[in-house]
Design a protein around this ligand. Structure first.
Ligand SMILES: *Cc1c(COP(=O)(O)O)cnc(C)c1O
Length: 395
């Protein structure tokens, strides 16, 4: 017999230990540490009675395999949830959770700083099904209370918010929503469940774009939706109805990525802290939007509720022309220009502010550049930023 892996979740082991042990069951696979990558559509049954009873653990490829179950078990260790579904993208995770929890005529509240495709899903897809959305200032809890006066099915938040990194009082919002009878969904991609556990803070449904830090290597797309009880049962039913199956190779890569989540996150956070401190002392930079930085917007709330930080931050420029800001980004040598983040490499993008907001405004004259601080040497990144800032702005 092989040692049975510890039931880490039950044993209250530390997150790093859960990351190393979660989802492993060597006794089921001849002792091999990792589960096999099961490629499957058809699952055979011993006889027709088997297809009628459907009591065997696996029934069809899209309903789950030992490979998907291993990743699910690992994610559940981190989320401390009862159930989890894997989706083909983070975007699909958000869409599946929202679609699962509303019906025609319902009202949802969405914080104004969510990832743009989430807003687009509400304004487009959900509108076609007669669901209305109210956007609220992420830092104005009175506005949330006012919006909750209208019967509300779902409150959706992302924290820190995409592009501008505001940090609301998440447990307070979760309590307000629960008292009003609404289900809460949180996109927790920035912190990962390693550094913020939505469910332990009163959120019903926790979402991760696993494309980012779970995968960690810029080579896959994946999403996870986790939760408990009736809301999660509805998500699972929608997931099944929509056929949101994920390919086994991507599941394998995601699981390989998560095994090093703890060490990668620690380094991303350390590098981002060093780079953000340098940026905040640079007179060419107006503001640094990184909640882990003392004095930055959202720092107090981040310190109260989060156990750590990731490598994604924003920097702003005041009264600069668009051409100057673009010249700064184009002039960076070590920062790739591209979407997504959470991989090992540094990236820069121009945030499309002041559009993307409807309940709040962003100053017309304050440009935001989003930086993902990768695993490079922070001294090299600072030298690169310094060169490009000087070339773009100091002339
Ligand atoms: C990238 C991202 C998503 C979507 O993930 P994909 O896998 O790229 O679809 C969702 N939420 C946030 C906050 C993201 O940054």
């Amino acid at each position: 017999m092989y040692k049975k892996p510890a039931d880490a979740h039950q044993a209250k082991l530390a997150p790093a230990t859960r990351i190393a042990h979660g989802g492993l069951d060597p006794s089921a696979f001849h002792g091999f540490v990792n589960p096999p990558v099961v490629h499957a559509s058809t699952v055979l049954y011993p006889d027709i009675q088997g297809t009628i009873d459907r009591t065997q653990p696996y029934t069809y490829g899209s309903s789950g395999t030992p490979t998907t179950d291993a990743l699910r078990a690992l994610v559940l260790e981190l989320e401390e949830a009862e159930d989890c579904v894997l989706t083909p993208t983070g975007r699909a995770a958000n869409a599946c959770a929202l679609a699962a929890l509303v019906k025609p005529g319902d009202h949802v509240i969405v914080l104004d700083n969510v990832y743009f495709p989430t807003r687009k899903f509400c304004d487009g897809f959900l509108t076609r099904f007669g669901v209305t959305t109210t956007y609220v200032d992420p830092l104005d809890h009175g506005a949330v209370a006012a919006a909750l006066e209208m019967p509300t099915a779902v409150v959706f938040l992302e924290a820190p918010g995409s592009q501008t990194f505001e940090v609301p009082d998440i447990p307070h919002l979760a309590t307000m929503a629960r008292e009003a009878g609404a289900t809460t969904i949180m996109d927790n991609t920035w912190a990962t469940p390693l550094y913020f556990q939505p469910i332990a803070h009163g959120i019903d449904i926790s979402i991760q774009s696993a494309t980012k830090y779970f995968g960690g290597h810029s080579d896959l797309l994946m999403g996870t939706v986790s939760g408990n009880g009736e809301p999660m049962a509805k998500v699972r039913a929608a997931w099944q109805d929509l056929g949101l199956h994920v390919g086994p190779e991507d599941v394998f890569l995601t699981m390989r990525g998560i095994r090093t989540l703890d060490v990668r996150m620690e380094r991303h956070a350390r590098n981002a802290r060093i780079v953000s401190e340098w940026l905040s002392g640079n007179p060419l930079v107006h503001r640094v939007l990184y909640p882990a930085l003392p004095g930055a917007p959202g720092h107090e709330m981040w310190k109260r509720d989060f156990k750590g930080a990731s490598g994604l931050l924003g920097i702003t420029f005041k009264d600069r022309t668009r051409e100057e800001v673009i010249r700064f980004i184009d002039g960076l040598a070590l920062f790739g220009i591209g979407y997504s983040w959470g991989g090992f490499e540094s990236l820069a993008t121009l945030a499309p502010m002041p559009s993307l907001r409807s309940a709040t405004t962003w100053p017309e004259d304050e440009a935001v550049v989003r930086l993902h601080i990768g695993l490079e040497d922070p001294g090299d990144l600072i030298a690169d930023l310094d060169n490009s800032l000087k070339a773009a702005f100091a002339a």
